[in-house]
Design a protein around this ligand. Sequence first.
Ligand code: NAD
Length: 264
Amino acid sequence: MIASMQGKRGLIMGVANNHSIAWGIAKALASAGAELAFTYQGEALGKRVKPLAAELGSDFLLPCDVEDLASVDAVIAALKERWGKLDFVVHAIGFSDKNELKGLYADTSRENFVRTMVISCFSFTEIAKRAADVMSDGGSMLTLTYGGSVRIMPNYNVMGVAKAALEASVRYLAGDYGPRGIRVNAISAGPIRTLAGAGIADARAMLSWQQKNSPLRRTVTIEDVGGSALYLLSDLSRGVTGEIHYVDSGYNITSMPTVEFLNK
Ligand code: NAD
């Protein structure tokens, strides 16, 4: 059996440029035959996303800022009008004030806590609810998380708290929509150099640490994430839902730095 997406249509949310994790996922899906629609946040990013979508044979681009629920509704309405139904959705969206992705978690402001939660966590629930209504033949939903949800990671702070809530949402949504044949999963990716990733203080040190201390002795790529996303969005994973699937070179299973690292 191969991972075919032939005849499947889906929405990719979160491409900002060709370094985005969503772009790695889109490439894998398109290579397996999926037809894709893309959202972009604001016209400046739209200009970057348009040629990327065209590379994968898509001219279906829709503006969407998840802070504006009307724009989410408009995306679903446009999908319904053009395609009638949806087979999968990828939510690769996250945001927090850069000034709070350093220092102490305890210094998080109420305003940024709420904004981070709405954009990085609750938007997935709002999108899932609307997408489920157009998944008339079942479907698969995927979001992106990070291991800072279960273990403290310096500077990740409020994003870690939002990702913990996002992972819990994945399980609840999987419970809600399982009876309708809709699966909901997350990929917990290791650190990757992206626009969002660069907002976290000392991101470079995080990359270097994981590269030296993960079992595979390397960081992951957007293509690595794309391969696992293809599995989770295709029928190959038809028995899998509510999972947090780690794509992190195995870093999450380690308990101490490698001996070669310590002896350096
Ligand atoms: P990225 O900057 O390429 O993508 C983040 C996307 O979020 C952008 O396309 C941006 O437009 C979108 N976004 C932010 N606020 C939005 C809003 N209000 N409305 C609509 N879209 C909005 O960075 P990325 O690293 O590819 O991030 C994708 C996802 O992967 C995020 O959820 C991130 O937390 C997660 N993740 C990233 C890493 C990493 O190391 N880069 C690791 C694990 C998980």
